[in-house]
Design a protein around this ligand. Structure first.
Ligand code: SF4
Ligand code: SF4
Length: 80
Protein backbone atom coordinates (compact mmCIF):
# COMPACT_ATOMS: atom_id res chain seq x y z
CA UNK A 1 0.00 0.00 0.00
CA UNK A 2 1.38 3.38 -1.01
CA UNK A 3 1.40 6.02 1.74
CA UNK A 4 1.53 9.67 0.73
CA UNK A 5 3.93 11.28 3.21
CA UNK A 6 3.59 15.08 3.26
CA UNK A 7 6.69 17.27 3.17
CA UNK A 8 7.38 19.40 6.25
CA UNK A 9 8.92 22.85 5.83
CA UNK A 10 9.58 25.86 8.09
CA UNK A 11 6.61 28.25 8.17
CA UNK A 12 6.33 31.07 5.62
CA UNK A 13 3.21 32.49 7.25
CA UNK A 14 2.47 34.00 10.64
CA UNK A 15 1.62 30.54 11.97
CA UNK A 16 2.34 30.08 15.66
CA UNK A 17 3.64 26.59 15.04
CA UNK A 18 7.33 25.97 14.49
CA UNK A 19 6.80 23.69 11.52
CA UNK A 20 3.95 23.41 9.05
CA UNK A 21 3.40 21.17 6.05
CA UNK A 22 3.60 22.71 2.61
CA UNK A 23 -0.05 22.01 1.80
CA UNK A 24 -3.23 23.48 3.25
CA UNK A 25 -6.78 22.12 3.27
CA UNK A 26 -9.57 23.65 1.21
CA UNK A 27 -13.19 22.64 1.83
CA UNK A 28 -15.27 22.16 -1.32
CA UNK A 29 -18.97 22.43 -1.99
CA UNK A 30 -19.29 18.68 -1.36
CA UNK A 31 -19.17 19.36 2.39
CA UNK A 32 -22.25 17.96 4.18
CA UNK A 33 -21.56 19.67 7.49
CA UNK A 34 -21.02 16.51 9.54
CA UNK A 35 -18.25 18.13 11.61
CA UNK A 36 -15.94 15.12 11.66
CA UNK A 37 -13.02 17.15 10.31
CA UNK A 38 -13.35 19.69 13.13
CA UNK A 39 -13.50 16.90 15.70
CA UNK A 40 -10.28 15.29 14.47
CA UNK A 41 -8.20 18.41 13.76
CA UNK A 42 -5.38 18.31 16.34
CA UNK A 43 -4.89 22.09 16.17
CA UNK A 44 -8.52 23.08 16.58
CA UNK A 45 -8.21 24.99 13.32
CA UNK A 46 -11.65 24.12 11.94
CA UNK A 47 -14.69 25.83 13.40
CA UNK A 48 -18.34 25.47 12.49
CA UNK A 49 -20.66 28.44 12.79
CA UNK A 50 -24.20 28.31 11.48
CA UNK A 51 -23.28 25.24 9.45
CA UNK A 52 -20.37 27.00 7.74
CA UNK A 53 -16.87 25.55 8.15
CA UNK A 54 -13.96 27.91 8.57
CA UNK A 55 -10.29 26.95 8.60
CA UNK A 56 -7.92 29.19 10.57
CA UNK A 57 -4.73 28.94 8.54
CA UNK A 58 -2.77 30.56 11.35
CA UNK A 59 -3.48 27.47 13.44
CA UNK A 60 -3.51 24.86 10.66
CA UNK A 61 -0.29 22.87 10.29
CA UNK A 62 -1.36 21.21 7.06
CA UNK A 63 -1.17 17.69 8.49
CA UNK A 64 -4.00 16.52 6.20
CA UNK A 65 -5.89 14.57 8.87
CA UNK A 66 -9.09 16.47 8.10
CA UNK A 67 -8.90 15.46 4.44
CA UNK A 68 -8.33 11.82 5.36
CA UNK A 69 -11.23 11.55 7.80
CA UNK A 70 -13.81 13.38 5.66
CA UNK A 71 -16.26 10.66 4.54
CA UNK A 72 -17.34 12.75 1.53
CA UNK A 73 -13.84 13.61 0.25
CA UNK A 74 -14.82 17.27 0.53
CA UNK A 75 -11.39 18.51 1.61
CA UNK A 76 -8.55 18.91 -0.85
CA UNK A 77 -4.95 19.57 0.17
CA UNK A 78 -3.41 22.29 -2.01
CA UNK A 79 -0.04 24.06 -1.99
CA UNK A 80 0.19 27.07 0.30
S1 SF4 B 1 -15.72 15.97 7.44
FE1 SF4 B 1 -16.08 16.62 5.31
S2 SF4 B 1 -18.33 16.66 5.06
FE2 SF4 B 1 -17.87 16.63 7.28
S3 SF4 B 1 -17.85 18.81 7.87
FE3 SF4 B 1 -15.73 18.24 7.39
S4 SF4 B 1 -15.47 18.78 5.19
FE4 SF4 B 1 -17.67 18.74 5.63
S1 SF4 C 1 -4.63 20.03 7.85
FE1 SF4 C 1 -4.43 19.28 10.00
S2 SF4 C 1 -4.18 21.14 11.23
FE2 SF4 C 1 -4.98 21.80 9.23
S3 SF4 C 1 -7.21 21.89 9.48
FE3 SF4 C 1 -6.70 19.83 8.68
S4 SF4 C 1 -6.48 18.52 10.50
FE4 SF4 C 1 -6.38 20.68 11.19
Amino acid sequence: MKIDVPVCTPPKTKAKNKFIFEKKPVISGECRGCGICAKYCPEGAITIQKGKKTIDYDLCKGCGICARVCPFKAIEMVRR
